[in-house]
Design a protein around this ligand. Structure first.
Ligand SMILES: [Mg+2]
Length: 239
């Protein structure tokens, strides 16, 4: 008599897909805005206003016309700054200093995020299309700036913004990152595509804006989707 065939056990999920398996990644690369703090802080509304003020003052035009110019630069060059630099030779340092001179008191310090970062053994780097000064201002307010060994900003990137793949390669080389042992965390899904192409694990902090969601499920590879980064990271860290 043959033993009855037992039903096949469900296949276990691949270990690499479990957040706990991420704990020992050698390098964590975090976007800053709307990633390390929630989009509900609405800091970008202040930056957006100052971008348009900068354009209005630079060209001596009204705010309505400035908004039209800004949208053209963004559409044609990927960022407003790149358009201003390419077409009008604007000083990027003066621009960045002006647009990031904002009130960050709407960002709440996060002890949970600080604890999770402390418990994660890997190196941590901030990678932002903004400036080092902006990163220090915001991450200082969050109470986490000293958890990061470096800020790779738009200046370090040669003023080439994400998701152009070139600055990702620069970051990897400059900071000695092995992409296969690195994890990148971002709210703009398409900014994760070059990281995945290099071999990094990708973590999408789910955003509600169209520009944040673009490409999800249609070519942009996401390994993990996260709604609350501090609590997810605490889970990964084993807190
Ligand atoms: Mg962001």
């Amino acid at each position: 008599m043959t033993a009855p065939t037992s039903p096949a056990a469900p296949a276990p999920a691949p270990a690499t897909k479990l957040p706990s398996a991420l704990r020992d990644r050698a390098v964590w690369i975090f976007d800053l805005d709307n990633t390390l703090y929630p989009a509900s802080c609405n800091l970008f509304a202040q930056v957006d206003l100052r971008i348009n003020e900068f354009i209005a003052a630079h060209f001596n035009i009204g705010m309505d016309e400035a908004r039209v110019r800004q949208k053209q630069f963004f559409r044609d060059y990927g960022t407003t700054l790149r358009g201003l630099m390419s077409e009008h030779d604007v000083d990027p340092v003066a621009y960045m200093d002006y647009v990031h001179d904002i009130d960050v008191t709407g960002v709440q310090p996060s002890a949970q995020l600080a604890d999770a970062l402390d418990r994660l053994p890997g190196r941590k780097i901030i990678y932002t299309n903004g400036s080092v000064r902006h990163a220090e201002n915001v991450a200082g307010r969050l109470g986490i700036i000293d958890r990061f060994e470096a800020v790779f900003d738009i200046t370090a990137a040669g003023y080439v913004p994400k998701p152009d793949p070139r600055p990702y390669a620069t970051l990897v080389e400059r900071h000695g990152v092995n992409p296969a042992d690195a994890c990148m965390v971002e709210d703009i899904a398409r900014n994760l595509a070059p990281a995945h192409a290099l071999g990094m694990t990708t973590v999408w902090v789910r955003g509600e804006q169209e520009y944040e969601k673009a490409g999800v499920g249609a070519g942009v590879h996401i390994d993990h989707t996260v709604d609350d980064l501090p609590s997810w990271l605490a889970g990964v860290a084993g807190l």
